[in-house]
Design a protein around this ligand. Sequence first.
Ligand SMILES: CC(C)(COP(=O)(O)OP(=O)(O)OC[C@H]1O[C@@H](n2cnc3c(N)ncnc32)[C@H](O)[C@@H]1OP(=O)(O)O)[C@@H](O)C(=O)NCCC(=O)NCCS
Length: 235
Amino acid sequence: MSAGNPVEIDLYVWSLDVDESERLRLARLLSHDETARAERLVFERDRHRFIVARGRLREILARVTKREPEALRFSYAAHGKPSLEGCAEKFNLTHSQSTAALGITRAHEIGVDVECVRPLKEDIAGRFFSPAEVAALRALPADLQTEAFFRCWTRKEAVVKAIGDGLSHPLDSFDVSLASDEVAAVQRIDGDSPDRWRLATFKPASGYTGAIACRTGGREIKITMKSLPQLPWPD
Ligand SMILES: CC(C)(COP(=O)(O)OP(=O)(O)OC[C@H]1O[C@@H](n2cnc3c(N)ncnc32)[C@H](O)[C@@H]1OP(=O)(O)O)[C@@H](O)C(=O)NCCC(=O)NCCS
């Protein structure tokens, strides 16, 4: 089923490592609770990256909703998923090391995840993936498995972030495709129909992989890569 116009998703990607003057400018956009969260982070690099992630999130959402970045108010669902008070737009932010991404839709729940592709020391797939995903992963040639692991992990995390439960949602309660020659798709999901979901994989930066999940009810998705707001701030 894919009736209706595609669900439009705007995708923004940015680096969290910026010069000091840019970071200080972004820090001024944060609310008191965001500044307090940044201050609780032990490592300076994490503090700086959190400020740049949240500052840019505010700038982008302000442009989309035609508000001032400092005036935006977030509320948080039971498992911590933020939403914008008084706005129809749905968004989801992700950050991994120096890279952040943000997906925005008009009205559909969305989840986004980015990971730095790196060698794995433990059998994380065996602990968290469904039996079908573990079998599909292990059937691949060894040199393709790391990439496929992160393709699968980001798709699964994007699904649980779209649902809003995060990692408290059982990761073995649904299956996603993971091979590079398969269409990105939810193949099974307990208590729901896989046809209602759309998945996509994207490459945010060299060495990273990302995924977007959206419960569109069956409509296709159309992803548009957007550029960051330019300074000076547009009227
Ligand atoms: C959400 C979660 C999956 C994020 O995993 P991660 O790979 O470390 O982080 P990502 O960079 O992909 O995403 C983090 C961003 O997702 C958003 N987010 C937070 N909780 C979320 C949730 N439950 N669902 C969707 N998005 C969420 C936030 O914007 C967050 O960034 P910020 O806090 O810096 O603004 C993980 O932290 C989790 O499972 N949290 C839920 C824990 C929980 O159940 N807590 C209950 C008490 S609040």
